[in-house]
Each structure stands twice: as C-alpha cells, then as structure tokens.
Design a binder for this molecule. Structure first.
Ligand code: F0G
Length: 384
C-alpha cells in the first residue's frame, strides 16, 4: 500500500490518527478508491503526497436510448459526472488540489465559484481539516450548491459582483496570504480532472470520435484534452477526439472572441465572461479539429428536459448545454452519422431545484387519499 507516507505527518488530524491504526491492523485499502490512487502513474504525486479522496471518479458511462439514435450516430454515451461525491466533476480535480495543498503544508484553501467548485472545496476541506473560504457571486448560485457549502461548514463570502470579479479577487489574495487557491488556475485541478478522459478510454477501448462538453471557465475542456493526449502518447488509445465545447449564448466570450462584461444565462454554473483557461480551450479546439459554439437558454432548457424525460437523466442546465450543442452540430455542418460520441454531464440536477420547479411546467395535482379519487385522475384501464 503506497497510499500513506511513512510518517503520516502533515496530513491534518484525521490521517495522523489513522495511519498507525491502519498499519497496526495490517490493513490495506480494499481497492483503489478515488482518482489519485487509480491513476497515480499519470499524476504528479510522490510518496509525500497524501491520498486525498471522497471516492471520486469511476462514474457511469451510459448509452443513450433516444437522443443518440435520433442523431444517427453509432453510439452516444453520457458520462455521469453528477455521480461524484459532491455531485459534480469538480471532485476529480479538487482531490488533487487539496492533496498538494496539504503536501505544501497549507491549512486554508480558497476559491471563487459559480457553486460547484465551492461545494467540492468545502467537502474536501471539511474531511481534511482545512479552513475553506468560498467567494460566490451574490444571488446567482443555485440553491443546492449553497446548501452544500453551508453544510460542509465553509466560510461563504457572497460578493457584490460576478464570478469573474470574484476570481480576480482571489487570484490577488493568494499572492499575499498563506492560503491555497483551488480554482482550476491551480494546475493540480486540471491534472485531476484529466482522469475523466482516462476513464472513457479505459471503458471504450479507445477515444471517442467526438467529445461534447460545456465550457465555463474552460478548465474542464483543457483537462480532457490533456488527458486524451497523454493517454494516446502512452499507447492507451489509437486516436484523439474532436473536442466540441459549448457556451451559453449570453456567456459566450470564446465564441464571440471578446470578454463579456455582464454574462447572463439560466445555466448559472457557466455564467462566466472571461474564462481563466481561454487560450487552452482554443488550443484544444484547434488542435483537435473541434468547435466551440453557443447555445441559447431555450436550447439548454429543451435539452435539460429531453435528457430527463427521454433518457431518465436529471442534470443541471450547464450540463444540458453539451447536449443542446451536440444537437446543433448537424445544422452547423458537422456530420454525426456513424460516430462514437461522449457527452460529459457535469453536475446533477439536484443542485438546482429552482430550475426544475420553474421550467418543467409540472403542477402537483391535489387529491383526496382514497382509491376512487386517485383512480379518477389516473384513468388506467382495469386489470383483465
Ligand atoms: N458544468 C458545471 C456543472 C460546472 O459547475 C462548470 C463550472 C462547468 C460545467 C464548466 O466547467 O469551468 O471547467 O469550463 N463551474 C465552475 C464552478 C466555474 O465554480 O463551479 P469549466
């Protein structure tokens, strides 16, 4: 077992306590748990790096039953990143960022966030005893994400400004304070997130023809592209996918090739006007022969409901942007016939109950608690 350092020092209270206990009892961990252990050969970890994990990664890749066949592709798969411990893909990168923060002796972490990064930082911070500060744009965070940060016990600073303002602020702060920045400008975040690409190749036996992914701060598209390239270089795959990234029309700086001062979209997770990894997203697009395009809020909500109602997949609006975008590709001249496609569904729909309540247009039907009343509403035929 290479997961704990010889001394067990410097890992925060819980691990210092656990290390001798695990050794004394002769235990090893039953199987790789989390992405650091599973993919450690591809990650910048040493024996001094603690294995930080909440059990992230190893998310389901499920085949589409309706949307894929309607598009005429060979196979469309959804990667369910909402199945990560805090309900979004952020956990893959956060475990790495937190591991490296602990290795560097930090006791505090900070991030700017549209919600998911803050939930993830707060969770790992809680488990490993780090004080966690999250800066979020006031009034613009989906309820589930704020609820998470509150429950995990992070300090939540609601800024009177945008995500971009919050990120600029924390980037400045970490220059002068003894505190680790865990946004995706932290290179270890990208390192951890690239494991999503590894899992896809491990499962499909090769890279897909097309990867469809939402783009906000542009860290994830950067990470996937890095992962696919590294795996191909290591001989694990034969080809590379075309990277198709999608921004919300009201928050589409890369598509419009200009900073958007006041980004606006129903997909609050990607309401970002000046992405930190802008250049690397453009590089992923261009090196892979891909596209970065915009989808309207109407297209996002249509895809959000289609995913839920035709595939049984409840994911947040930002995730649905990748499905909305995929459905636009044929009209943009991209031929999907016969292609193997993977669509990254980045965060669970439970994060944002308000959108379901407002946009699904389903009313609860009040009924008396007796068979007659319920039968009248159901209208099903009697058993033969
Ligand atoms: N999907 C979801 C659910 C997200 O939370 C994010 C980003 C993205 C897609 C876009 O990923 O930024 O790597 O291009 N959320 C960040 C946050 C900004 O603060 O939680 P990206």
């Amino acid at each position: 077992m290479a997961s704990l350092s010889p001394s067990g020092e410097g890992y925060g209270g819980s691990l210092r306590y656990l290390t001798p206990l695990i050794r004394e009892r002769g235990h090893t961990l039953p199987r790789p748990s989390g992405v650091i252990e599973h993919y450690r050969d591809f990650l910048p970890v040493s024996e001094n790096t603690p294995i930080v994990t909440l059990g992230e990664g190893d998310t389901p890749l499920v085949k589409s039953r309706q949307i894929g066949p309607a598009l005429g592709c060979k196979a469309l798969y959804f990667k369910l990143e909402g199945c990560n411990p805090t309900g979004s893909f952020k956990d893959r990168g956060m475990c790495m960022a937190v591991a490296k923060a602990i290795e560097a002796g930090r006791e505090r972490i900070i991030c700017a966030s549209t919600g998911n990064t803050s939930a993830s930082a707060a969770a790992y911070g809680a488990k490993y005893g780090l004080q966690t500060f999250v800066l979020v744009p006031a009034g613009e965070i989906a309820l589930g994400k704020i609820a998470q940060a509150m429950a995990y016990g992070a300090r939540i600073l609601a800024v009177n400004g945008s995500f971009d303002d919050a990120l600029t602020t924390v980037r400045g702060l970490v220059e002068i304070l003894d505190i680790e920045l865990v946004n995706s400008v932290n290179p270890f975040r990208i390192q951890g997130q690239k494991t999503g690409a590894f899992e896809i190749v491990d499962e499909l036996g090769d890279a897909p023809d097309i990867l469809s992914i939402p783009v906000g701060n542009a860290g994830n598209i950067t990470a996937y592209w890095m992962g696919f390239k590294e795996y191909k270089a290591a001989g694990r795959s034969k080809k590379l996918p075309h990277m198709m990234g999608f921004q919300a029309a009201g928050a589409s700086p890369i598509v419009q090739d200009r900073i958007i001062e006041r980004p606006e979209t129903v997909a609050t997770a990607i309401r970002i006007g000046n992405p930190a990894s802008w250049k690397r997203a453009v590089a992923a697009r261009d090196e892979s022969g891909g596209r970065i395009e915009a989808v309207t809020d109407e297209q996002i909500i249509a895809a959000y409901l289609k995913l839920a109602r035709e595939e049984g997949l409840f994911f947040e609006p930002a995730s649905a942007a990748s499905v909305a975008g995929l459905m636009r590709l044929p009209e943009l001249g991209v031929d999907l016939t016969g292609k193997t496609i993977v669509c990254i569904l980045t965060g669970t729909g439970l994060k944002d109950p308000g959108t379901a309540e407002k946009r699904a247009f389903v009313k609860m039907e009040l009924v008396e608690p007796d068979m007659e009343s319920v039968m009248a509403l159901i209208g099903a035929p009697r058993r033969k």
